[in-house]
Design a protein around this ligand. Sequence first.
Ligand SMILES: C[S@@+](CC[C@H](N)C(=O)[O-])C[C@H]1O[C@@H](n2cnc3c(N)ncnc32)[C@H](O)[C@@H]1O
Length: 207
Amino acid sequence: MDSKGLVIGNRGGLRDRVGRYLAQWSVFFRGFMAHPKMVGSIIPSSRFTVRRMLEPVNWRECRLFVEYGPGIGTFCRPVLERLSGDATLIVIDTNPLYIDYLSHAIRDKRFHAVLGSAADVERIVREHGFDQADYVLSGLPFSTLPTGVAPEIAAATHRVLRPGGAFLVYQFTAACRDYMAPHFAQIDAGFEWLNILPCKLFWGWKG
Ligand SMILES: C[S@@+](CC[C@H](N)C(=O)[O-])C[C@H]1O[C@@H](n2cnc3c(N)ncnc32)[C@H](O)[C@@H]1O
């Protein structure tokens, strides 16, 4: 465990790391088998995707970072490593297997794992004592979510962000951009080859 109390880590020899990866992957895969359309991938995002997505974040100004669809926490440790000591990370996932896993695996006072839908982000943020979020990150499979859920999530995300905040979205297809476009006047775009599958990256800025 490191100084911030994180249980998930990169320490240990190659055998430890491979063992840990396989254990995490098996939790992820079981979650996929239970809800394939809600998970949308059988492999967590690569470290290259993680680094690219988080690059534009101004960590010094970030008080509240929200993540939708953390799965087994691929982004959680890198976000916590960059986040200030007095800031907060709230992650929201509909899959109880993932929320249960994360609640046990990550021990950090800044970390809150919530079982629920991203569509309810405003209520969840309020319940944690905040009015607005600085950044919202999404790994949701927008194109396979139940009808009506994706536009609802995009609208709620725009409302919950502070002016100058951003919605960070990665996906295998560009479908998410269609849901972001009505709300975010500026959307920066990128592409990450080193991911299975290669994925599209979007950063929507709230003016
Ligand atoms: C492709 S996985 C992303 C996993 C992880 N973020 C990564 O990059 O490796 C998509 C995640 O979205 C979650 N999910 C699907 N619909 C959701 C919703 N409405 N609200 C919150 N999470 C949702 C799934 O349970 C799953 O954990």
